[in-house]
Design a protein around this ligand. Structure first.
Ligand SMILES: C[S@@+](CC[C@H](N)C(=O)[O-])C[C@H]1O[C@@H](n2cnc3c(N)ncnc32)[C@H](O)[C@@H]1O
Length: 348
C-alpha cells in the first residue's frame, strides 16, 4: 500500500530467508574489506588506480558510470541501486528516481569526495542503509546506525497484515519484542492513533535508536522502551502488564547458518538480531511463553519467522496450546509466496 516512495521502491533486499542465504553466499568473494566509518576519508581505493579511469567524474552521469562499472567489476550486489541512492543522498534529492533528471549537473569537489567515500564503503560491502544512515520503512524515514538491524521489506508486509486486522479507532496496548530501529512499533503507533506500546530489545544501541526514531517522527509519547534480554520473563517493572497485542520479528536464523550469511549482514549487522539458536526457535519459544502470560483474552501474537517455522509452531501449539492458552490461527505468505507470518490468539 504505502510502498510508493521512490527509495522504498528501489530498495536493497537483504532478505533473511535461509534457503536464499545459502544460495547467495556462493558468490562471496575474498578478501572482504571492512568499512569502519562513512564520515572520514575511506582509505584504500580498492587497488584500482584513479588514473586508469577515463570517465569524467565531475558530472552526475560520469560519477554514476564510474561507480556502476566499479561495483559491477567487484560483484557488489544491487550496483545500480547502490550508486543511485548514494548520489541521491549526496545531492539531497528526494530519491534515486530523481538522479536521472540531474545527469548533466556538475558535482562540487566536496560532493565528489563524499560520493567516493560512500562508494568505498559499499565496495567493503557495508549495507547501503548504513552508508546513507537512513532508510524508508513504509511511510516512515528512519535513522539507521550500524550494527542495529536494518528493517527488511518482508517486515513491511507483516505490518500491513497487522494493520489490516487492527481496529484503527480502538485503544490498543501492545508489546514489541526486539524493536531494532523501531520500525514495527512506530508504524503501528502512526496508523493507530489510540494505540500505545512498550518496546524491548536486548541491545542498548537498538533501544537508543528506537528512542531517537520515535522522537524524530513525533511518536515518543506513546512508546516506552526497555533494554531487556528476553529469556523467560519481562523486566520486573512490566511483570503485571497485560497486552492486547504482542508483535515480534525475532532472531530466527539457525546458528549453524550464520557463517553463510552475505557479508553485508555478517560483517555489519548485530548477529544477536539474527541468531535463533540451534533450531532458530530459541527466542520464538520464549515469546510464546510471554504471550501465554501477558496477552489479554483474545489478544493476538504476531510473529515473522523462517519459512520452515510455521508448521513447527503449529505442531508445538497443538501439543502445548491448551496448557498455554494459545491457539494457532493461521500463517500468511510473503510476496514470494513463502509462509513467513504467524498469527496466534490467546484463547483464555
Ligand atoms: C530481526 S531483529 C528485528 C528488529 C526490528 N523489529 C525489525 O523488524 O526491523 C531482532 C531484534 O531483536 C533483538 N533481540 C534478539 N534477541 C533478543 C532477546 N532475547 N530479547 C530481546 N531482544 C532481542 C535484537 O537485538 C534485534 O534488535
Amino acid at each position: 500500500m504505502i510502498l510508493s516512495s521512490s527509495r522504498a521502491a528501489a530498495r536493497l533486499r537483504l532478505t533473511l530467508c535461509s534457503s536464499r542465504l545459502q544460495a547467495s553466499c556462493a558468490g562471496i568473494r575474498e578478501p572482504i574489506k571492512v568499512c569502519a566509518s562513512n564520515s572520514s576519508t575511506a582509505g584504500g581505493g580498492g587497488g584500482v588506480p584513479l588514473a586508469a579511469q577515463p570517465t569524467n567524474t565531475t558530472t552526475v552521469r560520469g560519477a554514476q558510470e564510474k561507480w556502476l562499472q566499479r561495483f559491477q567489476s567487484e560483484n557488489i550486489p544491487e550496483p545500480e541501486t547502490s550508486i543511485s541512492n548514494i548520489i541521491a543522498h549526496v545531492l539531497e534529492l528526494s530519491g534515486p528516481g530523481d538522479v536521472g533528471d540531474h545527469q548533466n549537473s556538475s558535482l562540487s569537489e566536496q560532493q565528489i569526495r563524499k560520493i567516493e567515500e560512500m562508494c568505498e564503503c559499499r565496495l567493503a560491502r557495508m549495507p547501503l542503509q548504513y552508508i546513507i544512515r537512513e532508510w524508508d520503512f513504509r511511510d516512515l524515514t528512519l535513522k539507521m546506525i550500524p550494527p542495529v538491524f536494518i528493517p527488511r521489506p518482508e517486515t513491511e508486509e507483516l505490518v500491513e497484515l497487522i494493520l489490516q486486522q487492527m481496529d484503527s479507532q480502538k485503544e490498543t496496548f501492545f508489546l514489541e519484542i526486539g524493536s531494532g530501529s523501531g520500525a514495527i512499533s512506530l508504524s503501528i503507533l502512526k496508523h493507530v492513533p489510540k494505540s500505545s506500546g512498550i518496546a524491548i530489545d536486548q541491545s542498548r544501541l537498538a533501544c537508543e535508536l528506537t528512542r531517537e526514531n520515535a522522537a524524530a517522527v513525533g511518536l515518543d509519547s506513546r512508546l516506552r522502551i526497555f533494554k531487556h534480554k528476553l529469556i523467560n520473563d519481562l523486566p520486573d517493572t512490566l511483570a503485571d502488564e497485560q497486552f492486547d497485542m504482542i508483535v515480534s520479528n525475532p532472531p530466527y536464523v539457525p546458528s549453524v547458518l550464520l557463517p553463510t550469511l552475505e557479508p553485508e549482514i555478517k560483517i555489519y549487522e548485530d548477529l544477536r538480531a539474527l541468531d535463533g539458536g540451534n533450531d532458530g526457535l530459541t527466542v520464538i519459544k520464549a515469546i510464546l511463553r510471554i504471550a501465554s502470560k501477558h496477552l489479554t483474552k483474545d489478544g493476538v501474537l504476531w510473529l515473522e519467522v523462517d519459512i520452515s517455522h510455521p508448521p513447527v509452531i503449529e505442531k508445538f501449539l497443538a501439543q502445548h496450546g491448551d496448557t498455554m492458552g494459545l491457539r494457532f490461527v493461521a500463517s500468511y505468505k510473503d510476496l514470494f509466496q513463502k509462509d513467513r507470518f504467524v498469527e496466534i490468539v490467546k484463547s483464555c
